[in-house]
Design a protein around this ligand. Sequence first.
Ligand code: PBG
Length: 316
Amino acid sequence: MRRLRRTKALRDLVRETELSPRHLVQPLFVVSGEGVREPVESMPGIERFSINELVAEASELQASGVEAVVLFGIPAAKDETGSGAYDEEGVVQLAVRALKEAHPELTVITDVCLCEYTSHGHCGFVRDGEVDNDITVELLAKTAISHADAGADAVAPSDMMDGRIAAIRHQLDEEGHPNTPVIAYSAKYASAFYGPFREAAESTPEFGDRRGYQMDPANAREALREARLDVEEGADMVMVKPALPYLDVIRAVREDLDVPIAAYQVSGEYSMLKAAAHNGWLDERAAALEALTSIRRAGADVILTYYAKEAATWLR
Ligand code: PBG
């Protein structure tokens, strides 16, 4: 077996999995205000940008070879119904317009969820202490339409309500956006690895947890049911999240379905690598590229990763 491993050129020739910047999507946090760049403490290298700074960051991303971003909004004010999520003048809607105007070739995906916009931090409308599925689905569809109206290239619902893909697809078609793809966060687990994101997005639930709507980390077959349902409901791409602890799920979904698969290397996966590298315990570049390659090898076509910009630079 060692004959084809002897030289770099031979290894390059027979490498099975390719990792390139075109596979990577950079998540970006948008805040209101002007000239704001706030570092996220638990995610070294990640900042929350006001719109003008976001547009500047997008230039750097494009220069590094990253061609797609996914936006998360942190509104100035939150309320019970998460109304900032579907406000025409909301922080994400304004950011999409600004980005598409300055960088028309950049693919702008929006995260569709209520958790960053609700005062209680849950992903939907709360009634009697529980997230109400069907009311939430209506609010999510409204949110998705407002993103498409602003010019989003794709919408990515991450709420894990039942039936939301069908509702969003239907509304998009009805309201003049038949060509806007839906990227479904299909197998989204109730994961401890979202911790740093919740600091960044100020979206930690005030009471309870998300186990009533996000998936149990112990289940894999259920992920296939989720992904198939989303495809039947009209999803153009399905996602598994987190990525590295769920490589088996990525592989299973890949083998079961023909749609493109995305995987989300989440905040905790990023922060672990950053922390170990900071302590000198890991070679960051090698470890990060190995993790990303493994996610591709498992079957992901697209990877959402906070490493997108850095990895793109390393890969050039
Ligand atoms: C919900 C959402 C979350 C993430 C992406 N979309 C957080 C959650 O469910 O608590 C997590 C991403 C990450 O950890 O990087 N809108």
